[in-house]
Each structure stands twice: as structure tokens, then as C-alpha cells.
Design a protein around this ligand. Sequence first.
Ligand code: G3I
Length: 332
Amino acid sequence: MKFSSTLLFMLTPAMVMGLLDQKMKAKGKRYFGTALDAWHLSGSDQSNIKMIAGADFGAITHENSLKWDAVQPQQGNYQFGNADAVVNWATSNNRLLRGHTLVWHSQLPQWVHNINSASQLTQVIQNHINTVMGRYRGRIYAWDVVNEVFEENGTFRNSVFYRLLGENFIDIAFRAARNADPNAKLYINDYNLDGPGPKIDAMIALIGRLRSRGVPIDGVGTQAHLILGQVGGVQSQLQRLAGTGLDVAITELDIRIQTPVTAQKLDQQYSDYQTVTRACLNVPRCVGISVWGISDKHSWVDSTFPSYDAPLLWDDWFNRKNAYWGVDNALN
Ligand code: G3I
């Protein structure tokens, strides 16, 4: 069902509280979440953002402020101000938190790229994980322990981590993470796992090896940065990921539209969001969905892909889009 903006206007705040997250939980899932950062909570759009995040989203992921370059820009110099602001808001509003991310080749400070000893890098990974996870022990429900380790052809990405430690950097990171917060759910996370091919094959094979070595891993996150009209493979690939025996989560969902954005494309986005939401509902091991932001105004998409736009559930003026009602419809 699509709602007109007039009808929406007539709904009282109490009637719209908890819509998506509450409906997701009613389907037996853990959360429907979003990404945000400290500046969203303090900037000029903060009232819209807090209202929407408070009403629709049960889990929060830091968009940038928990990444390595944000929390440990120089060795041993930890900066938690922005990360704390998000954790404090989420905790005081009873939201779950997904921690993003501990070991990632991107947004990694130069001093880590410059390391050239395996033993030093091991210690640096362990210290980083201990310090960051330790600070939030018991308050962050799940962590993306390692992020984006694969190239599109399924080979390991040529990061400082892989160059010095081989695949073992993943084992080191997960073992440090379990040690730092034994109750947190530990995830591996990547993008372009939405269709068949060498990348998802490599991910499934890696998970098999990690499990056979006894590496503590609980889940696999599929980011799901999708393109309009190309969402048909999501459920079958989610099912394959669940076949590894891990929990699965859709961790960074957005569906970008090639410009010009037309009414017809926004209708297609309704059905694409519906399809992806149903995919998670139809896969028992899928614990939840997080979208990668609230309003199109703040999305990473248009600066990264200049010919794409409008990937999220709210428009630039914080009006619910058809896409929102696509999710809602799948949850009804
Ligand atoms: O921190 C600097 C700041 O000092 C400077 O003033 C400002 C000027 O533009 O730039 C700031 O850095 C930006 C950073 O976001 C924080 O706002 C970077 O330029 C910008 O490239 C960075 O983009 C983020 C991107 O990750 C970086 O890879 C996006 O906001 C964020 O949405 C995106 O998120 C990633 C996930 O972590 C992993 N999966 C893919 C996803 C989309 O790329």
C-alpha cells in the first residue's frame, strides 16, 4: 500500500513510532537499522534525523566515526569523541549498535600502511581491536571485524594486512575481537555479494576455512549497495551465505538510481526495496537489515557515482519516498 503525504500528515507521532523496526521485530528479526554519525546528531538536520532514527530504526551503525583513521589517526593516539556521541545517543535511546569497522584497507591511516613487519602489524591489530572494542564492551551488539577483504575476482585484496600476514590477518583479528568482547557478534562484511560469481564463492570458501580452523566468527554481512532494477539475486545469494552456518545481515543497503530520477524509477525503487526486504524475511538466518543512511541529502552515492542519485528511503527534504513504503509493504 502506498500512502499519500496528506494521510501521513494526519498520523500523530505516536502512530508512526517504531514503524519499520517494530514491524521487523514482529517478523522475528532483530532490527531494522540505519547508519549515522555524530554530525548528523548535531547538524542543522538533527531534529529530522533524531525523529526518524528514533521512530523507524532499531539499530545504528557509525557511518565513519569508528573507522581506524577516525579513532586512531596516529599510533596510540585514540580519538573517541564522535564515536562516543553516536554510542551515547543510541544507548540512551535503547537502540542496538553495529560496530563498523575494525580492520579495513580503506580509511586506514598512513602509519598503518607503512608498517613492514608481520609481528609489529599483528600487535598493532590486536591493540587496535582491544582498545576500540574494549571501550564499548557490552554496548555494541555486533562488529564488522574485517571489511572488504576480496577483489571482484575472488582473490585477496592487496592490503598491508594481506601482504604481511596472508589470510592469517583475518584469524588474528577475529581472535582479538572475541577476546575483547566475548558477547559481541563478530562479522565479516563485503559488497557485491548480491549475485553469483567469484567474489561470493571466495567468501563462502573463506568462511569454511575459518570455521574449520576454529576462528570465532558469528556472521557474514552483505553490504547490498545496489542499482535500481538489479536486485533479483539478493535472496538466493543471502541463502547461500546462510548455508555457511553463520548468521547473515544486510548491512549497508541502498538502491541507487541513474539520473534523471523519474516518477517511474521511484516506483521501481518501491518494488526493489520490497524485494530486498522480503529476501531477508525469507531467509531464516537473516537477522536484520541496515540501510546506509536516512536521507538522500546525506548519502555517499552522488559524490561517488555522479550519474546516480536518490538511493535511500527519505528524500532530500526528509519526506518518505515510495521506497519507504516498499519496505513497509514487505513488512506488513
Ligand atoms: O574526514 C574528512 C574530513 O576531515 C574532511 O574535512 C572532509 C572533507 O570532505 O572529508 C572527510 O572525510 C570523508 C569521510 O567520508 C568522512 O566524512 C571522506 O572524504 C569521504 O570519502 C568519506 O566517505 C565515506 C566512505 O565510506 C569512505 O570509504 C562515506 O561517508 C561512507 O558512507 C562510506 O561507507 C562505506 C562503508 O564504510 C563500507 N562499505 C562501502 C560504503 C560506501 O562507500
